[in-house]
Design a protein around this ligand. Structure first.
Ligand code: GLY
Length: 360
């Protein structure tokens, strides 16, 4: 099938019927076509998370605790520069973290945004869910709330992340996010420059969604956000309905990648709504990617073919255990634990990756 044909076919099947999606997603041939519980799904960096979450579910842990403790392992890993301790900092060299969690059985949600000096924002988000009547606490209020809850304050900027940030700082233009109105930033040049200098540039994040043996659902998304962001910038991860959403009657969904696009599409909420209307998880993710592509108008966000040049990857698990994931571009992976093993699977995708496209 030619690239063009494959693209049209994917778009058509995503937009219309779920009947053909396993064919359309031939690159994702391992994606599960029959449901089973318990199951845990996560982003490509989520093998430790799905392993820990499944251990928890198997011993009867609440699914919200299971997903939060799963992502905590990745937040604690200084080598994962997309979340928690060792995450890449904002343009001022300060690590600001975002996270959210949602508990299906009670339909409660908790989130923190732009929190500093606390390495485990997902655990703090769970405290917001359980110990307040609020959904989101931000900035210094979130830090003080975490301290009141017994969390330890520490500097989250590792030497490795500081070195990477200093390298970026020495080469500021065109890597900063300050724009004149309607200025067209050469996104390709930004990416090429970052790559040629060996500068990490990340929207990296971890999402984890789980369904336990009873069909109860929970999900969590946590991130250090866009690297070198304007201080105070908040991405999709802590926004309920954008980076993560749960409906216990339907399932869970989440996102990684360019948070601005996921916020503007209410991405996770849309996926759950599509599943509620009968779409299978992968088809629901593809429909939302198509929606994002159709609503991307800024030239700086399009490649030479007029397709989005940024990465977004979406994840979904249905209450019955059926799961799936799709990415804007080919080559992305997600992780899953279906009770037998933790493994990586190919994401379905909307477009073949062009050399200039950014990974999610
Ligand atoms: N998806 C993570 C972010 O954009 O902050």
């Amino acid at each position: 099938m030619s690239k063009l044909d494959r693209r049209s076919f994917l778009a058509a099947s995503a937009a219309s019927s779920s009947l053909f999606w396993p064919l359309a997603c031939s690159r994702a041939s391992q994606q599960k076509l029959t449901a089973g519980r318990p199951v845990v799904i996560s982003s490509g960096n989520g093998i430790p998370a799905v392993t820990r979450a499944m251990e928890g579910l198997n011993r009867g842990e609440d699914p919200a605790d299971a997903v939060v403790e799963g992502v905590t392992l990745v937040e604690d890993d200084p080598n994962d520069m997309s979340v928690g301790y060792g995450g890449l900092p904002n343009e001022g060299g300060v690590v600001q973290l975002d996270a959210s969690v949602m508990h299906g059985p009670t339909h409660k949600a908790g989130a923190v945004a732009a929190i500093e000096n606390i390495r485990n924002p997902a655990r703090v988000a769970l405290k917001v869910l359980r110990h307040t009547d609020h959904v989101m606490i931000v900035g210094d209020g979130a830090r003080r709330f975490a301290k009141a809850m017994g969390f330890k304050e520490e500097n989250l900027l590792t030497d490795k992340a500081r070195e990477v940030w200093l390298k970026w700082k020495r080469n500021l233009n065109p890597n900063d996010d300050w724009l004149d109105e309607d200025q067209s930033v050469d996104h390709d040049a930004r990416q090429a420059m970052a790559e040629s200098l060996g500068i990490a540039y990340s929207h990296g994040t971890i999402h984890c969604g789980a369904v336990d043996a009873n069909g109860d659902v929970a999900a969590c998304t946590t991130t250090s956000g866009l690297s070198y962001k304007i201080p105070g910038r908040v991405g999709d991860s802590p926004i309920i309905g954008a980076g993560m959403f749960v409906d216990n009657e339907v399932g869970a969904a989440g996102a990684t990648g360019r948070g601005e696009s996921v916020i503007q599409s209410c991405g996770a909420f849309q996926i759950v709504q599509h599943m509620a209307a009968g779409d299978e998880p992968t088809a629901a993710c593809l429909k939302v990617l198509r929606w994002i592509a159709d609503h991307t108008k800024r030239r700086m966000l399009l490649n030479q073919k007029g397709e989005p040049n940024f990465g977004v990857t979406l994840y979904a698990v249905r209450r019955d255990g059926l799961y799936g994931s799709a990415s804007m571009h080919s080559g992305a992976h997600f992780t899953v634990h279906d009770g037998t093993e933790a493994r990586s699977e190919d994401c379905a995708f909307l477009y073949e990756r062009e050399p200039q496209d950014v990974e999610s």
